[in-house]
Design a protein around this ligand. Structure first.
Ligand code: SF4
Length: 273
């Protein structure tokens, strides 16, 4: 937040003056933002089915791209070792078959209410890669934020279901710099009730440093969908994380609001009795 030293304003105009002087520093994920209001008032809520549809397209596209590469290289590869193209086709067929079986297990786990794979083979394993690849495909259709929101919801549902418990000193709450004052007050009240530390991470890099230094056993992180995707990709494989996305009624990187009830439920779930 940029500050200057103007003469003290009359009390009645102070709130407005603070608002005008707020410097909106965009996170790099939002650098291309035009300044126009975000669709839906910055609420990118979307049903899980949206992610699953895009994820299926992503698996099909990835298989087609690899198949095209093998097809194009096959004549050259055959000069190295005649059976090599056949071996690659068989390997690709097996990999694609496994990918679809895994995708079926993901669907059954999510909608069936019972995780059919351990977390390393599900939400804290291949799911993180699928989530990020799917985000790339969704960008081509201008549906990135909604698909990411749905992907993060699916991830959280699977992660919450594991029913983990950690000690109060072992949980870390990470919040971004863009929360509204009301949201920050709400987060601090929850942290105070459950006696858990809160850190404001101004950049993803700093968030990762805080995690390295504090060595928590679990994290509740708050961020917009775009920032949450990179955070989960980098951290969730190493550490249990729940990711709470926000609404951005005033555009990106300022005055974000969040669902405090969900945050309290997650914190209580992890450190409560
Ligand atoms: S979390 Fe907030 S500050 Fe960071 S990129 Fe998203 S909107 Fe901007």
């Amino acid at each position: 937040m940029a500050t200057s030293a103007p003469p003290a304003p009359p009390a009645a105009s102070r709130a407005q003056l603070i608002h005008i002087e707020t410097d909106r520093r965009l996170g790099h994920e939002w650098e291309e933002w035009s300044g126009a209001p975000l669709p839906g008032g910055g609420d990118f809520s979307a049903p899980p089915g949206l992610f699953f549809r895009f994820a299926a397209v992503t698996i099909a596209v990835a298989a087609a791209v690899v198949a095209a590469v093998v097809y194009l290289l096959a004549p050259r590869l055959a000069t190295l070792w005649a059976p090599l193209p056949t071996v690659l086709w068989l390997g690709l067929g097996a990999a694609v078959g496994l990918a679809w079986i895994w995708y079926g297990l993901l669907l059954a786990s999510f909608y069936g209410g019972t995780s059919l794979l351990p977390e390393r083979l599900l939400e804290r394993g291949p799911y993180l890669q699928l989530m990020n690849l799917t985000s790339q495909v969704a960008r081509a259709f201008h549906r990135r934020d909604w698909v990411e929101h749905a992907a993060i919801d699916v991830y959280n549902t699977l992660a919450v279901r594991r029913g983990r418990k950690v000690g109060k000193g072992e949980l870390l709450v990470l919040i971004p710099r863009c929360l509204s004052k009301q949201a920050i007050d709400g987060v601090l009240a929850i942290a105070g009730r459950y006696d858990v530390p809160v850190f404001v991470a101004t950049r993803g890099q700093l968030a990762r440093r805080v995690i390295r230094e504090r060595r928590p056993r679990a994290v509740v992180a708050v961020a917009c969908e775009r920032d949450m995707m990179t955070g989960l990709r980098d951290v969730a494989g190493k550490l249990p994380v729940l990711g709470l996305t926000m609404r951005l009624p005033n555009g990106p990187c300022r005055d974000a609001v969040l669902d405090l009830d969900v945050m309290e439920e997650w914190v209580r779930g992890w450190v409560g009795p």
